[in-house]
Design a protein. Sequence first.
Length: 273
Amino acid sequence: MQQSNQQAGSRGPIFKRDVAANRYELKCANQKATNDGRQAAQKLQWLRSAVQLAFLALLAGGLYGAVRPAFVALMPLAFLAGNYFCGWICPFGTAQELLGRLGALLVKGKLKMPPALQRYLQFSRYVLAAIILSHVAQSLVDLSAINAYKTFMRAMTGNVAQTAALVILGSFLVIALFFERPFCNYCCTEGVRFGVLSLGRLVTIKRSSDKCVNCRLCDKACPMNLSVAGVKAVRHAQCINCFQCLAACPVGALEYGKISLKRKRLAGAEADS
Ligand code: SF4
Ligand code: SF4
């Protein structure tokens, strides 16, 4: 009888236990697939970095505004395949990521928000978005003036108007040296739009529980502090499609692809629990 390592409650081998006859072949096949998968994930990271730098260059060259209307296509894309704006395009996200890499060199590693705190803090950007949307709040004080994403864009395009917001932004950039994407995680209302749309995605990151060895390197790599190892498929509004979890997985247990509707319901149930 076949029994997988997960069914038996252990986390070692990545092949079925009692298929002794072809265990070696299976292992070799897995190894090659794993190596191919890891190389593909690394190439994807290079591609993502190139796209991010291209948009940063467009911004520096004053052409970002010209391409912005095309971003409307990212909305239906988010609905089908997740949020590609934050992890691939947003120059402020890229700036935080670059500073994060610099910070990792300086302090030899990154700080992670304690999970107990993250559980509540992750809702802060939704609260901010709700406040900004609220007509009552808008009539009391123009909170849209502290939309840091827009302020960053204005600042970078030469219309510096809001000193207070710039100070807030500067603070987030300093924090980004130590914590990954702090603004994206806790304050960005722009990301909320794409994130909420992406909740219905059919194409997402899937985890194979047969291959997974529960090392949790994917969780460690996730800049949005998501639990990838704890779900069958990622379906969370915080996910920014950066695919750093894929690149971090040592056994190729993660892939980006279509999930069946049945699996989607399962993923939702797991994520909600
Ligand atoms: S789950 Fe993966 S793709 Fe989504 S934000 Fe985390 S690391 Fe990036
Ligand atoms: S990185 Fe995540 S998905 Fe890959 S083996 Fe480790 S826990 Fe499992």
